[in-house]
Write a protein that binds this ligand. Structure first.
Ligand SMILES: CC(C)(COP(=O)(O)OP(=O)(O)OC[C@H]1O[C@@H](n2cnc3c(N)ncnc32)[C@H](O)[C@@H]1OP(=O)(O)O)[C@@H](O)C(=O)NCCC(=O)NCCS
Length: 186
């Protein structure tokens, strides 16, 4: 099983001998969400309504343990995941989707998103899914972090879950979000 650390080498030594998230944890105030972070998570998601699907307070509460936050005294960024359904139980394709990835506007472009994504990829990789997927308006950001473009048709699982509740586009296939994946095992 390839681990995500293979995609995130240590830039100083070029080695990939320890989990990237451990390095990040030392350098960045990133941690699992606490139950009393829910209000802050709710607000950070709401700051980017064009790109991030809004989530209700109750939805975040039910899933707070899937969130990782950047907290240096204030929560400036959040990221989460959800597990995609499996349709062929005898030949399962386990996919985990990055969701609710949002950095407060005035703090964007300062490395918070990069650190949160690396931490989440490392965390999800330990669950040993076949792939990590994301739907995004910023494919270049994810490309830099080991994701490659894939077809939306391949992500019908996602389309049925998230896109059904989106009111922005009539068809998920006309939505400009780009489908991306990081394949961890086949
Ligand atoms: C996408 C997002 C999570 C990235 O977080 P971020 O903290 O802004 O990203 P980083 O600072 O780690 O920047 C990563 C790269 O993008 C560039 N970048 C991102 N936002 C930028 C901005 N507002 N201004 C300038 N550069 C920016 C950085 O220069 C950096 O490039 P580099 O790797 O060559 O240095 C954040 O911009 C955001 O919340 N966007 C709105 C919501 C969204 O689109 N979420 C993703 C849904 S899939």
């Amino acid at each position: 099983m390839e681990r995500a650390i293979l995609y995130f080498p240590d830039f100083f030594t070029g080695k990939t001998l320890f989990p990237w998230s451990e390095l990040l944890a030392e350098q960045f105030p990133i941690r699992r969400a606490h139950i009393n972070d829910i209000g802050a998570i709710y607000e950070v998601i709401r700051e980017n309504p064009m790109e991030v699907l809004p989530r209700s307070y109750q939805d975040i509460l039910r899933n707070f343990d899937r969130f990782v936050v950047y907290d240096d005294g204030d929560i400036k960024g959040v990221i989460s995941f959800q597990v995609m359904p499996v349709f062929d139980i005898d030949n399962p394709d386990f996919a985990v989707e990055i969701v609710s990835f949002s950095v407060r506007r005035i703090f964007q472009g300062k490395g918070i998103g990069k650190a949160l994504l690396a931490h989440m990829v490392d965390m999800v990789s330990e669950m040993e899914p076949h792939r990590i997927i994301v739907l995004t308006f910023y494919p270049d950001f994810f490309r830099k972090h080991g994701f490659t473009e894939t077809s939306k048709e391949k992500l019908y699982q996602k389309i049925y879950q998230g896109c059904l509740n989106c009111t922005k586009y009539r068809s998920p296939l006309t939505c400009p979000e780009v489908a991306m994946e990081m394949v961890l095992r086949r």
